[in-house]
Design a protein around this ligand. Structure first.
Ligand code: DAH
Length: 376
């Protein structure tokens, strides 16, 4: 074995001299103390405690020292590096605490401030009810048809067998856009805001070849004051079926199916004779009250608000399409027959949901619409 190599005495390895280790340590401690933020501290760490830092490089020299000097140098180096690491951890904790305190102030959210996001809109209950009705008929094979709200007098009245002198045509009832025969060169027919959805019947019959099965929802206009039970703009749904061999029984069965789909199984309907120029025979269609199921009628112990203890609720007008209307729309009444039904959606919504005032439906106050749900 060779003797220890004197030339590796720690005194002679420059980097491991006690003063040199102290100098490197102090330099590192000063740099740690001077690091103003976490980024700076990260750089200080790399420079003074990383693999290529002066202390780490000096540390590598220890292995080459003679055994008796290793322990001494190792201890001194260990203490120096330990002091640097400790200072680094302490400074890091200090800077992190400062950062956290600053972020808390800078990023504070005042949860009491009013929010400025525009709330998402939703469909109006009239629209969703219309769509529900459409769904019932689409499931039976009907198509949805639409027509213009600004309509000629011919489609709105004449084609539907409503005579020239019918009181409904009077200015008091109908909103005219253009009076009839005003300008000599234009068609004689005046222009109105349609007073019902029945003109869509004629439009679809002119448009398609029978068989025709359509449902026509839409907005209609009448000269009415806005009050709890009237509105000058409202919504109707019109039903039209043209085919060979259709009868009143088909009409009743079809509407009964709609009533049961919307209000519950087992409900019945009844027809009361009435008159409409565009149907013959014509009837008023009532449904059994879906709340009392008819039990309130003539029974003072069981009053019903929904049907005013009548036991029945009036739905709308219906009948077999008048052959004159079929002829006006180019359909052979000898071959085809048809039924039609028209009803108001606002009234339907009123008794289906116990709405007491029709004005709530047109005023656009979300406090009214929100309880119906937020279907978009
Ligand atoms: N159009 C009628 C109205 O607005 C309602 C109506 C009655 C429609 C009978 C029809 C019907 O289709 O057959 O008052």
């Amino acid at each position: 074995m060779s003797a220890p190599n004197k030339s590796y005495d720690p005194v002679e390895v420059e980097a491991l001299k006690p003063e040199e280790i102290e100098r490197m340590r102090d330099e590192a401690l000063a740099a740690v103390a001077a690091a103003a933020d976490l980024d700076a501290l990260r750089e200080v760490k790399a420079a003074h405690a990383g693999d290529r830092s002066p202390l780490a490089l000096a540390n590598r020299e220890i292995g080459a020292l003679p055994p008796h000097a290793k322990a001494e140098a190792g201890k001194r180096m260990g203490m120096a590096r330990g002091a640097v690491n400790k200072a680094f951890a302490a400074r890091q904790a200090e800077l992190e605490a400062e950062r956290d305190a600053r972020v808390l102030v800078e990023e504070a959210v005042d949860v009491t401030l009013p929010y400025d996001r525009t709330p998402a809109g939703a469909r109006h209950p009239i629209t969703t009810l219309c769509e529900r009705i459409e769904d019932v008929f689409v499931a039976m094979g009907y198509e949805v048809a639409e027509g213009p709200e600004v309509e000629t007098e011919w489609f709105n009245f004449d084609a539907l067998n409503i005579a020239q002198d019918h009181p409904a045509r009077a200015m008091q009832d109908t909103l005219f856009v253009q009076a009839p025969g005003k300008k000599a060169k234009e068609a004689e027919s005046g222009v109105v805001l349609r007073t019902h959805t029945s003109p869509v019947q004629v439009r679809t019959m002119l448009d398609r070849e029978p068989p025709v099965y359509v449902i026509c929802p839409g907005r209609v206009y009448r000269m009415d004051e806005l009050d709890a039970t009237h509105t000058p703009v409202f919504t109707q749904v019109e039903l039209l079926a043209i085919d060979e061999g259709l009868t009143m029984a088909d009409l009743k069965g079809t509407i009964e199916h709609m009533v049961r789909s919307l209000f519950g199984e087992g409900l019945t309907t009844r027809l009361r004779p009435n008159y409409f120029p565009f149907t013959e025979p014509s009837a008023e269609l009532d449904m059994q009250c879906y709340v009392c199921r008819g039990e309130s009628a003539g029974n003072p112990d069981r009053p019903c608000r929904t049907c005013s203890s009548e036991g029945w609720i009036e739905l709308g007008g219906c009948g077999m399409v008048n052959p004159r209307v079929l002829t006006a729309a180019g359909i052979d009444p000898e071959k085809y027959s048809g039924f039609a039904f028209g009803f108001g959606i606002e009234r339907l919504l009123m008794f289906r949901h116990n709405v007491e005032d029709m004005r709530d439906m047109v005023e656009g106050d979300v406090r009214f619409t929100r309880p119906f749900g937020m279907e978009i």
